[in-house]
Write a protein that binds this ligand. Structure first.
Ligand code: SF4
Length: 104
């Protein structure tokens, strides 16, 4: 499982390197975050393409809105391990839809 996630993360890193975003300066934008996100540092904005990487990387913090087909933060990290996994998810997100500048 961990190996599969690591390989997937690597694949996304490669993908991200060559990915041409339709949003040239596509940093996660707190003004465009989904309202499902719980208040706090991490959030997902409306650029999410529902690739599943964050949910696999940090399942204690990210989940899916099945109707909308996107991820959101349902629980902010409560310890160093969760925080680290959220940061990994943020770094691995192929479209930079995860931000960490929220309040809290
Ligand atoms: S890694 Fe990014 S694009 Fe993929 S599901 Fe999570 S927020 Fe969406």
């Amino acid at each position: 499982m961990e190996k599969a996630v690591a390989e997937r993360g690597f694949a996304f890193k490669i993908h991200r390197k060559f990915y041409t975003s339709p949003f040239p300066n596509s940093m996660a934008d707190i003004d465009n975050r989904y309202s499902d996100n719980v208040a706090g540092a991490f959030f997902v904005d409306d650029q999410c393409i529902d690739c599943d990487l964050c949910r696999e990387t940090a399942p204690a913090n990210f989940t899916r809105n099945d109707d909308g087909g996107y991820s959101f933060v349902y629980k902010q990290p409560e310890n160093d391990e969760e925080r680290e996994l959220c940061e990994q998810a943020m770094e691995g997100c192929p479209v930079e839809a995860i931000g960490s500048g929220g309040e809290g």
